[in-house]
Design a protein around this ligand. Structure first.
Ligand code: PLP
Length: 412
């Protein structure tokens, strides 16, 4: 069964009509399907079963605690990129032994937290960070297991704003520097492997294969105590109609083939984010106004780049569906938010029926990098989040109130 589909003219999430949720909780509202989330986890676990990796959900895709709890119950670990995400993963019940920490600008405070929590791996992204970690580990008397995040200098064919593995990218360590670092005598830490994450929405596994050649070449020069390979995330999601079915299986196959030729067995880690959560979510919005703008109907809704940043940030495409199905004529339509910025559009040049104030829409495939990128810009409170589980549902984050906006300011 499809997670989101029309039943008798109403758009449903599993067994719940979305307009019921919009009425009960108001809009903008993020809605997620627990069933789809569990299915996605089962898919990645099955595709990678033979390679037996530690699968770490990338928390930055969506950090809601209820969702993290489901991932935790399904046996996943967590990939975090900040002290805040490490804190959230722990709050969701994650075992520190299943947490890996990447990120290009870790502060001393974040490294200290990672050391105190004794997490599984710290992925270091610069020489400066590695020297700092060695010093802090000595001070705290905890010996961490450390991966070097390599910059393999490959460029998958994805949007330039989500590339992370080309030579000029700020992420990771160049091979030259990595070779120097591996030869250094570290007093307080164990270098035990390498990490790469070459970008998001990687369109096909060939760039993973090219990356593996480079990274495994490096690993072969390292002693056998370097026994861990973290292959990052980046599995693609079909926002439009891209063919990404079975991407987990395709990527796993490429990895298995390449790893079979490596001289020793490796402990593997993968870090899927988007691919586990994007298609579990929809963002419900209410039309505030509709106006004729040249050849277009411009529809203004109650959430924009403050609620869903991806279209304004990366020209991302999300399907837009009315909650009430109609067979009326459609018109070329722009969907715009309420924020005072001219880039505040959620969708451009779509075919939608005539819409008017109080009509409701769903922006689809918004489970990943939706809520986690939302902001208070224009002093708009953050929306609520609801989790649907079959024929039941619950609020998993309440809507912010105006008072929440000034809760932390200090009066002068
Ligand atoms: C963002 C990120 C991921 C997840 O990327 P997706 O495209 O969401 O799968 C994994 N690992 C690291 C280090 C990241 O920064």
């Amino acid at each position: 069964m499809n997670t989101f589909q029309y039943i008798k003219g109403k758009l449903f999430c599993d067994q719940i009509p979305l307009d019921d949720l919009a009425s009960e909780f108001g809009t903008p509202l993020y809605v997620y399907s627990a069933e789809r989330l569990r299915e996605n986890v089962t898919h990645v676990q099955a595709a990678y079963a033979k390679l037996n990796p530690l699968i770490c959900y990338a928390v930055k895709a969506n950090e809601n605690l209820a969702l993290l709890q489901i991932f935790n119950e399904k046996g996943l670990g967590f990939d975090v990129v900040s002290g805040g995400e490490l804190h959230r993963a722990r709050r969701a019940g994650a075992n520190p032994n299943r947490i890996v920490f990447a990120g290009v600008g870790k502060t001393d405070a974040e490294l200290i937290l990672a050391l105190q929590e004794k997490i599984n791996k710290i992925s270091v992204e610069s020489a400066d960070e590695l020297y700092a970690l060695d010093r802090l580990a000595g001070e705290l008397n905890h010996r961490p297991s450390v991966l070097l995040r390599l910059n393999p200098d490959v460029a998958p064919d994805t949007h330039r704003h989500i590339l992370t593995g080309n030579a000029e990218s700020k992420f990771g360590i160049s091979l030259d520097v990595a070779h120097e670092l591996r030869k250094h005598d570290w007093k307080n830490l164990d270098l035990c492997g390498v990490h790469f994450h070459i970008g998001s929405q990687i369109p096909d596994p060939t760039s993973i294969s090219a990356t593996l050649d480079i990274v495994l070449g490096f690993l072969e020069a390292c002693p056998p105590s370097w026994d861990t390979l973290d292959m990052g995330g980046g599995f693609p999601v079909g926002y439009e109609n891209e063919r990404v079915v079975n991407s987990f299986a395709d990527f796993a196959k490429v990895a298995a083939n390449r790893l079979a030729r490596f001289p020793r067995p490796l402990n593997l880690i993968i870090e899927p984010g988007r691919s586990l959560i994007a298609d579990t979510g929809a963002l419900l919005l209410t039309v505030q106004a509709s106006k004729e703008t040249g050849a277009y109907q411009t529809v203004i809704v109650d959430g924009g780049m403050n609620t869903l940043l991806r279209p304004a940030l990366y020209d991302a495409h999300h399907h837009v569906l009315p909650l009430q199905e109609t067979n009326k004529d459609t018109y070329p339509t722009h969907l715009a938010g309420p924020v005072c910025e001219s880039t505040d559009y959620l969708a451009r040049d779509r075919q939608l029926p005539e819409l008017s104030r109080n009509d409701k829409l769903a922006v689809m495939t918004t489970g990943a990098y939706g809520y986690s990128m939302a902001s208070h810009y224009n002093a708009r409170p953050l929306p609520a989040e609801v989790l649907v589980d079959g024929d039941s549902y619950q609020l998993i984050r309440r809507r912010e109130k105006h008072e929440d906006l000034d809760g932390l300011d200090l009066h002068i």
